[in-house]
Design a protein around this ligand. Structure first.
Ligand code: SF4
Length: 123
C-alpha cells in the first residue's frame, strides 16, 4: 500500500466494517433519479486510492465496496482490484452491469458480492 502514516484516534478505530469508495464519476447510463452527478472525466488516481485503503484499514474496515458512477468504467479497474486484494480486503461491486462481460473472470475471482442496479425507465 502507499506510504504514509495515519494517526487515528482510538475512539474512531474499529468503527466501520465497509468503506464505499467512488472510484470514478464516469457512467455509461443516465438514470433519471441519479444523484451521483456522473461526468465523463473523473477517475480516482492510484495515490488517492492507496490513501483511502490505508484509512479504511486504520478504521477497522475489512470490506471495500467499489461504486461510482459506474466502477467498471475506471480504466485501471483491474489494477485497483489487485491492490485491494493485496491489502486483504473483501470486495463488493456495485454496478449497472453493462460492462460485466468484459470483467466477468476478474469479478468472479476477486469479488465476494456483486450488487446490480436495474433501471427501468419509460420512453
Ligand atoms: S447507473 Fe448509477 S451512476 Fe449511472 S446514471 Fe444510473 S444511478 Fe447514476
Amino acid at each position: 500500500m502507499g506510504g504514509g502514516t495515519l494517526i487515528i484516534p482510538q475512539i474512531m478505530k474499529d468503527k466501520i466494517s465497509t468503506l464505499d469508495i467512488k472510484i470514478t464519476n464516469k457512467c455509461n447510463y443516465a438514470c433519471e433519479y441519479c444523484f451521483g452527478e456522473p461526468d465523463q472525466t473523473t477517475d480516482i488516481d492510484l495515490e488517492t486510492f492507496n490513501k483511502s485503503l490505508l484509512l479504511a484499514k486504520a478504521l477497522g474496515a475489512n470490506f471495500l465496496e467499489f461504486c461510482g458512477g459506474e466502477p467498471l468504467m475506471h480504466p485501471e479497474f483491474a489494477k485497483l482490484t489487485a491492490i485491494a486484494k493485496e491489502n486483504n480486503f473483501d470486495l463488493i461491486l456495485r454496478s449497472n452491469g453493462i460492462l460485466i462481460g468484459k470483467y466477468l473472470d476478474l469479478i468472479a475471482k476477486n469479488f465476494q458480492w456483486w450488487e446490480y442496479q436495474l433501471t427501468v425507465q419509460r420512453p
